[in-house]
Design a protein. Sequence first.
Length: 157
Amino acid sequence: MVKPAKDEIRDLASNRHARRNYDIEDTFEAGMVLLGTEVKSCRAGRVQLKDAYARPQGDKVVLYKLHIAHYTHASVEANHEPERPRTLLLKAHEIRRLIGKSERAGYTLIPLRVYLKGAWIKVELALARGRSTHEKRDALKQKMADRELRQELARRR
């Protein structure tokens, strides 16, 4: 069996709507406490971030509603619950910083992507503020205007 390179990164799942629905203020990399069948399902790419979010709980941060499908080659008794809460592995100073920032009004912790970093399964966590509908439209208009400006500049070169 070939071991993955130490700094090789492979995306397993990403939250495509996060950057549209939220203003991202800060990002963090965290490990996850997983069971064996969860690791095998993650490596097979059977992860969904659709409604996932994280919350500080005491001295730890817990990820909720991250869906990791059942591992197909395991028995029913040996398998895991697909949407169980999962503890995130962060340093103590990062947890304190997240608790302080996430308790402000309107801020939440959302996972942006789950990926393999070498042999480890990591999650990229973002401190974000939700956007209202009109803010989403304004952001889309600004993005389109920026794209047109870049295209016009490229055409003139």
